[in-house]
Design a protein around this ligand. Structure first.
Ligand SMILES: Cc1ncc(COP(=O)(O)O)c(C=O)c1O
Length: 483
């Protein structure tokens, strides 16, 4: 079980998570409030957990009751706790993530490790050539295809079926990318104030979309070294905060590379379904396994209405293609398809024709992509081991990035800020979390050619040394560039 706690926190367990109060910086009550806030934002103390009575925590931490009362007051004022009638003080998440902003920047040729997005697969141009040849057969019609081009929906449904999730085309809606599918779901299904369980860290675009639709994030810690701990943690978090939605990446999550085992995903899908939580399953990296083979898709074994699976071609083929999809039960698919029609009527037909060619040929496309990513992952791991041996990296069995834990005293924000003028773009750790978490981590994608990865480590190695000696310098929250 992860270091998450049960519904009410025994004082001694919270005291163990907090650690020695003498080590907290600043006034003791403020340091304690900060520590509890960090535990909540890291998902170690789930949102909705009842905090111990002031007297009990004071005894467990051998400090005064006034210190505890003041810390709880600060947490309430900052939105990290609330008073629940009859339940005392309960942890909460503030309405907005305090992480850095999220804006993709224009590709200007600098060594770009800010985006986890590869260059186009070689099959792209051929797919468009074929699409152009097919276009005249469609131009006599009005060009609007409700829920997507029928042949593309069929190809997507067949791919799901082949992977172990039997699917009819009427369960599929074509969207303008994976993020577009997530955004459609949040706009259609989320009411302001609804809670949304998110793995933590997670893809910043999803965090911003969920918040943009008024969702209140409930972070649940995910650790690539122990990915199935998520099952119990998510079960507890769902029980405590009754979320409307959960957003997960079961395979090679961005940024951690964590992958749920076959049994872990089966158990998690069952528990969230039983608790009435609709799960948005982001499969953008699902087929990017670099070691080992595929696992049954998340959602196999629960009713189709338990999940909305979002996927697309942005990582396998190219982000500039802008084709994605969602898959759920037919009634919900129809509802989401109608929401898409209201918003943008349809998705570009030429892109859909090209996507149809690519989805039918996806095994070949993926084979090349996996080989490329495997080679680049290994180059980056070797460079880090040689030049930055005190960075802790879990080797991901797939996906597009390494999630590096920095040595004590090195700030991810400081590193990102110092690397940019040296021509290296990075996405700092805080972009991947709620609150203030993850300044001790950085994501390094292995999507660029080997020479760029070597050049990046060449920039990072001396910076990591020099910035560590200057670790207490305040760092402004910058605009990260994160996909
Ligand atoms: C987990 C995840 N979901 C969705 C997206 C966005 O995909 P798309 O470009 O298809 O909108 C990304 C991009 O990095 C991602 O990492």
């Amino acid at each position: 079980m992860p270091p998450g706690l049960d519904q009410s926190t025994p004082a001694h367990e919270l005291a163990a998570l907090v650690g020695p109060v003498d080590a907290l910086s600043g006034p003791r009550y403020a340091g304690l409030a900060r520590r509890i806030r960090d535990l909540v934002s890291a998902g170690q103390l789930p949102v909705g957990t009842r905090l111990p009575a002031e007297r009990d925590l004071a005894a467990a931490l051998t400090t005064s009751r006034v210190t505890i009362a003041s810390a709880y007051r600060v947490l309430r004022e900052e939105g990290w706790a609330r008073t629940r009638h009859g339940s005392g003080t309960v942890t909460d998440a503030p309405g907005t993530a305090a992480g850095p902003g999220w804006f993709p920047h224009t590709d200007d040729g600098r060594a770009d490790l800010g985006h986890a997005a590869p260059a186009a697969a070689p099959q792209l141009a051929g797919a468009y050539a074929s699409a152009l040849a097919q276009l005249p057969a469609l131009t006599g019609g009005h060009g609007y295809f409700h829920n997507g081009l029928p042949e593309l929906r069929t190809a997507i449904a067949e791919r799901f079926t082949g992977r172990g999730l039997p699917t009819d085309p009427d369960q599929v809606v074509v969207t303008a990318g994976v993020g577009d599918a997530t955004s459609l779901i949040t706009e259609a299904l989320l009411e302001p104030g609804d809670r949304v369980l998110v793995t933590h860290p997670t893809y910043p675009g999803a965090l911003r979309m969920l918040e943009g639709a008024g969702g209140r994030l409930v972070p649940v810690a995910v650790d690539a070294a122990r990915p199935d701990d998520l099952v119990e943690a998510a079960h507890l978090a769902a029980r405590q905060s009754a979320p409307r939605l959960a957003y997960l990446e079961p395979d090679f999550a961005n940024p951690t590379g964590a992958r749920l085992s076959a049994s872990g995903r089966r158990r998690l899908a069952a528990t969230l379904w039983q608790q009435g939580v609709l799960t948005v399953v982001d499969e953008v990296s699902a087929e990017l396994h670099l070691d080992g083979g595929p696992l049954p898709p998340y959602g196999a074994g629960v009713p189709d209405a338990a999940t909305v699976t979002v996927g697309g071609l942005s990582k396998a083929v190219w982000g500039g293609l802008r084709i994605g999809w969602l898959r759920t039960d037919p009634a919900l698919a129809a509802r989401l398809g109608t929401a898409l029609v209201r918003r943008q009527l349809t998705v570009g037909v030429l892109d859909q024709l090209a996507a149809t060619v690519l989805v039918r040929d996806l095994d070949v496309v993926l084979e090349g992509r996996r080989q490329e990513l495997r080679d680049r992952r290994d180059v980056l791991l070797a460079e880090l081991a040689a030049r930055l041996p005190d960075w802790q990296v879990h080797t991901p069995a797939g996906g597009l990035s390494l999630w590096c834990r920095l040595p004590a005293g090195l700030s991810s924000a400081a590193l990102t800020a110092a690397a940019a003028p040296r021509g290296l773009l990075l996405a700092e750790g805080r972009a991947f979390g709620t609150g203030h978490a993850f300044d001790d981590h950085i994501r390094l994608p292995f999507t660029r050619p080997a020479a760029d990865l070597r050049a990046a480590v060449e920039v990072l190695a001396p910076l990591a040394g020099s910035l560590r000696t200057d670790a207490d310098r305040a760092v402004p929250v910058g605009a990260a560039t994160v996909v």
